[in-house]
Design a protein around this ligand. Structure first.
Ligand SMILES: *[C@@H]1O[C@H](CO)[C@@H](O)[C@H](O)[C@H]1NC(C)=O
Ligand SMILES: *[C@@H]1O[C@H](CO)[C@@H](O)[C@H](O)[C@H]1NC(C)=O
Ligand SMILES: *[C@@H]1O[C@H](CO)[C@@H](O)[C@H](O)[C@H]1NC(C)=O
Ligand SMILES: *[C@@H]1O[C@H](CO)[C@@H](O)[C@H](O)[C@H]1NC(C)=O
Ligand SMILES: *[C@@H]1O[C@H](CO)[C@@H](O)[C@H](O)[C@H]1NC(C)=O
Ligand SMILES: *[C@@H]1O[C@H](CO)[C@@H](O)[C@H](O)[C@H]1NC(C)=O
Length: 635
């Protein structure tokens, strides 16, 4: 199956800049090899790297002119098969390959004992050999234009491997084809892309694909995957990483430089709406998935730094934080819809004669303050009081709307514990000092809140990962149930599960009928260069990029701020099956390393945990309102 090469120079010009190739060139000694593997959740993107430079410092143009011979990504696919087999195991038993020379890939897969394989050849097969023709006759390999729906039912294959085919698609078609590939695969899509080397398509065929091959940088793909909602699959990442490390030596004598980035399952893409960016407000939308958009002309007039309720350390404007006024110029844009702006008057009217309670740590107070300042601006007649044992609260008298903040660190009641001179079970185990946490008793600060409020917003998280207070050795958390110590003692993360379980039960039992219960997901911290007490700081003036977010928060990296996603895992588990609604603010907030008080927080250390006000807890409240409105139990 020889194919006439397309003049690389021509494509080079069409493809514009080639930042990706340029950026890894110096790392690559010879070719072809798997220079970069972008391992996605079910999906992997392997940038295959075709030039055969043997030196280390050839310039890019020279490198391209050296492309010759019959190699293509197809060869890379064949080389990668053993790695993929190791990584994916059983999933590799039912594979669809999409791309040129599909016959050869399918043949190779079929040689494996237990493998079933099919192929889609997106190009003409005029010059196919006899065995390929036979595969086509049997319907195992089909010739099909991948710009159109694939002739297979959903989840027909465990894995779909696509090589050298997506490079020809403009974003418009990519938006259709990638979801199609995801649709027919049960476990994931593996993409081989990058500089396609020896081209498959004849010049005459290019028009069929509408586009010459386009070189796309790895960062382009990363961004694309993030936009199209690809999700992390750490299991797959780990497996692939292990498999490729073991195989490294045998794959090529030269060093490979796999780089792993992890995203969300491609299966989240809705095939019918995947390319629809203007979904109507009626259709369900994932408000937590989107990006921050900068609008330098945006005038924020929701409230200002004169709102008295803003805690001193969070008032970044008064504290002269350099980017304090820029923080609110970033607007959250969910991917498939818009987050409606907060209309305070409408809110007051809609929720008149209503009590709203925030129950949780200082991050919930931060959100409470944002709501207060927003409403106060349009309705200044307030009564300040402490409803139902709250730390603070206000009634907007004109509307009889009460909002309150109930301070609780762990949700459960806790207090200092010291060994009893007469001995006891914990004393017998050597415990002298610590904190007693009653997993089945709500903190007194909010035990009356559930029967008072009509809408409750809970959170807990930071205090469970606070070794400076709950030092595992000197002052550990000691969990009690029904007044007795839990034995053997359990670690905090197990305690958190138990507390959540009991507190959720308590809330469900004691709230008024019709009350709305929300649990807010974990607010991320952004300490870099150490934790809060190790000189860590957050000196950024702009939101993070998606790949920086992954770096900082991926559970796998176990970085300083890893608790953000860990806490959520506990929350998701505990809330499953409950009638709580989830207010998912974690991911949108992960980007906002620029929005903490930082060194303007007035503490000895940087505050990279709380948020400047005005700031992103305003967006959390936008989300809260949108969520409440979507429940449609009012109006
Ligand atoms: C393709 O999808 C991406 C991500 O959803 C979007 O940003 C882009 O505008 C879409 N392109 C076209 C041409 O539809
Ligand atoms: C993640 O990958 C593993 C291993 O390939 C697979 O078994 C699992 O189903 C995947 N999980 C998701 C959510 O895709
Ligand atoms: C995709 O979106 C359409 C239109 O909103 C909807 O009817 C369909 O159920 C969705 N499919 C999936 C799998 O979510
Ligand atoms: C902020 O700057 C103003 C004007 O320069 C100054 O008066 C004020 O003291 C500063 N505030 C803080 C907390 O540094
Ligand atoms: C104010 O709202 C509360 C709680 O919804 C209700 O019990 C009370 O009767 C209302 N007061 C007035 C004066 O309407
Ligand atoms: C994560 O890092 C911390 C120290 O920063 C360490 O104590 C802990 O064991 C690590 N956890 C895992 C799962 O590697």
């Amino acid at each position: 199956m020889s194919r006439r090469p397309v003049n690389p120079g021509r494509r080079f010009a069409d493809g514009g800049s080639i930042p990706f190739v340029g950026s890894v060139q110096s790392k690559t000694r010879s070719s072809p090899l798997l220079s970069i593997g972008l391992l996605v959740v079910g999906a992997i993107l392997l940038i295959c790297y075709m030039y055969s430079g043997s030196g280390t410092s050839i310039n890019t143009k020279e490198a391209f002119s050296k492309v010759e011979g019959g190699s293509s990504c197809t060869l890379e696919v064949q080389r990668a098969l053993p790695i993929l087999k190791k990584a994916y195991g059983d999933s590799m038993n039912k594979v669809l390959h999409v791309g040129p020379d599909s016959c050869s890939v399918v043949s190779k897969l079929l040689k494996e004992d237990d493998s079933q394989a099919w192929g889609v050849e997106p190009y003409d097969l005029d010059d196919a050999d006899a065995s390929c023709k036979s595969l086509v006759r049997k319907g195992i390999v089909r010739v099909a234009d991948i710009k159109f729906p694939l002739p297979y039912r959903a989840k027909s294959f465990s894995l779909v491997i696509v090589s050298d085919a997506l490079d020809y698609l403009s974003p418009r078609y990519l938006n259709k084809t990638l979801p199609e590939l995801a649709r027919v695969s049960a476990d994931g899509v593996i993409i081989f892309s990058g500089y396609p080397g020896q081209q498959k398509a004849k010049v005459a065929e290019l028009s069929k694909f509408g586009h010459p091959a386009k070189l796309r940088s790895s960062s382009w793909w990363i961004k694309y995957f993030v936009q199209t909602k690809l999700e992390e699959n750490e299991t797959a990442t780990k497996k692939f990483e292990q498999a490729s490390t073991k195989r490294k030596a045998s794959i090529s004598s030269s060093p490979t430089h796999p780089q792993f980035l992890r995203f969300k399952p491609i299966t989240a893409v809705n095939v019918t709406t995947g390319s629809d960016t203007d979904a109507s407000e009626e259709s369900p939308c994932d408000y937590s998935d989107g990006s921050w958009i900068y609008d330098p002309d945006f005038r924020f007039d929701r409230y200002d730094s004169s709102c008295k309720e803003i805690f001193k350390g969070w008032n970044c404007i008064l504290n002269n934080k350099s980017n304090a006024r820029d923080i609110v110029k970033w607007r959250w844009k969910p991917r498939n819809c818009n987050l409606p702006p907060f209309d305070p008057l409408k809110f007051l009217q809609t929720y008149k004669d209503t009590n709203i309670g925030f129950v949780g740590d200082s991050l919930n107070r931060n959100m409470f303050v944002s709501l207060f300042c927003t409403l106060k601006r349009v309705s200044s007649e307030v009564k300040k009081w402490r409803p139902a044992g709250a730390d603070r609260g206000f009634t907007f008298l004109q509307y009889n709307l009460t909002i309150a903040y109930h301070r609780t660190n762990l949700l459960a009641r806790y207090g200092r514990w010291s060994a009893n001179g007469n001995g006891g079970k914990l004393e017998a185990l050597g415990y002298r000092e610590g904190y007693r946490v009653d997993i089945d008793i709500p903190d007194g600060t909010w035990e009356k809140a559930t029967s008072f409020h009509d809408i409750l917003i809970f959170n807990t998280g930071h205090w469970w990962w606070a070794p400076s207070k709950f030092d595992p050795v000197n002052s550990p958390m000691l969990f009690f149930e029904k007044g007795q110590p839990v034995l053997p003692p359990i670690p905090p993360d197990v305690g958190l599960d138990k507390v959540l379980k009991h507190m959720i039960q308590f809330v469900e039992k004691t709230t008024k009928s019709g009350a709305i219960k929300l649990f807010r997901t974990q607010s991320p911290r952004h300490f870099e260069g150490g934790d809060w007490d190790q000189g860590g700081s957050c000196q950024r003036s702009q939101p993070l990029l998606p790949e920086q977010v992954e770096d900082l928060f991926s559970v796998k990296n176990n970085g300083t701020n890893v608790e953000a996603r860990l806490v959520n895992q506990h929350l998701y588990k505990a809330l499953k099956g409950s009638n709580f609604h989830l207010l998912d603010i974690t991911h949108m907030s992960e980007f906002r390393a620029d929005a903490h008080p930082s060194s303007a927080g007035g503490k000895k250390h940087d505050d990279c945990m709380h948020w400047c006000l005005p700031g992103i807890t305003d967006t959390w409240n936008d989300l809260l309102v949108t969520h409440l409105n979507s429940l449609k139990i009012r109006n």
